[in-house]
Design a protein around this ligand. Structure first.
Ligand code: MRU
Length: 341
């Protein structure tokens, strides 16, 4: 399996692949300012819940690393300001908020001057990046137990290396099962409007030599009714007590899976669990309608037509067969027990 670390810190520079250009071009972004990280998240050059969490942590590390101030209080003010900017980029994936708050807590707890705080912030961001890879490996190990030889697995959007620091959540399970010698196949939905399935999931799996077949989003019902799919494995942007919030189209797939008795699994690290909110509190990001009225640079709808563009949807827990996280496979009841405070 080819390693593909999606984000890296090199002496005060954050390097990542510009995902808006894949699969046709492999361009690297080199960012020295937190504002650049924030823009890259907003423009979805980096995307996927775990990745934007780690990217935000690195964004705060950039602020600290390049700051010229010596007093702790002044640096803290700059870090808090950057935290605010990062938290305004995308509202739905909880990992972003979790990551920013984790760094802020570490920084606030640190005694000493600005230099001491900077070291702690940079180290913590690095630790979070390394942890993410570890966690995905564990999700892969636990989740692969649910995968049988010859299974055909449907996945939606991209919950792979590109959505994380490496390996992936849903695709981490696919990768582990494949590494175990299971002869599996993947069906990837194209994932309109941003085409993460067609552009990113198909790219990653092809690169690893794992058989993948692309379908448009509206072919899922056909594929399930023809028994072409054994299991669904998707990622998540936020799992609240009563629902899973993930890429728009996930809910449709979950309902279809229920109708056709196909297990519907959600793979996500615990940093995606939100025990504080329920689905009615979650802000579903609404993106520019041009993502719907255009495909790439090609307009496909009449000028001035109205369009909707919610980036995520809400799948009630009753459709979820199990949640796979770094500590194991959780039934929805076990999950509820874990997040009920
Ligand atoms: O809008 P995106 O591309 O950031 O949405 C990504 C998803 O919905 C993923 O399924 C989710 O973040 C899990 S990634 C491991």
């Amino acid at each position: 399996m080819r390693a593909m670390r999606t984000i890296e810190w090199r002496d005060g520079v954050v390097i990542t692949i510009d995902q808006t250009r894949l699969p046709n071009k492999t361009l690297f972004l080199k960012m020295k300012k937190c504002e650049e990280v924030a823009s890259a998240i907003k423009e979805m050059r980096m995307r996927g819940a775990p990745l934007i969490g780690v990217a935000a942590a690195y964004g705060l590390a950039l602020t600290a690393y390049h700051s010229k101030v010596e007093k702790r209080e002044e640096l803290m003010r700059q870090i808090e300001e950057s935290a605010k900017v990062l938290k305004e980029t995308r509202p739905t994936a909880v990992n972003l908020f979790w990551a920013v708050d984790r760094i802020l807590k570490k920084a606030r707890e640190t005694f000493g001057d600005a230099k001491a705080v900077t070291k702690v912030v940079v180290d913590e961001a690095q630790r979070m990046a390394d942890e993410d890879v570890e966690v995905n490996r564990k999700i892969g190990e636990h989740g692969s137990k649910l995968i049988d030889n010859k299974d055909v697995i449907l996945t939606h959007c991209n919950a792979g290396s590109l959505a994380t620091v490496d390996y992936g959540t849903a695709l981490g399970i696919v990768r582990t099962a494949w590494e175990q010698g299971k002869e599996i196949k993947v069906i990837a939905t194209e994932t309109r409007p941003k085409l993460q399935g067609a552009r990113l999931t198909a790219y990653e799996l092809k690169r690893d030599g794992i058989p993948v077949t692309l379908i448009t989003d509206n072919m899922v019902g056909y594929a399930m009714s023809k028994r072409l799919i054994d299991k669904v494995v998707v990622g998540a942007d936020r799992i609240v007590r009563d629902a899973v919030i993930n890429k728009i189209g996930t809910y449709t797939i979950a309902v279809l899976a229920h109708e056709h008795n196909v297990p519907f699994y959600v793979a996500a690290p615990k940093s995606t669990f939100d025990s504080v909110h329920t689905s009615k509190d979650v802000i579903i990001e609404k993106r520019n309608v041009e993502e719907v009225t255009y495909v790439g640079s090609q307009r496909i709808a009449p000028i001035g037509v109205k369009a909707l563009n919610p980036a995520f949807d809400i799948t009630p827990m009753k459709y979820v067969s199990a949640i796979i996280c770094e500590t194991g496979v959780l039934s929805t009841t076990e999950f509820e027990g874990l997040v009920t405070v």
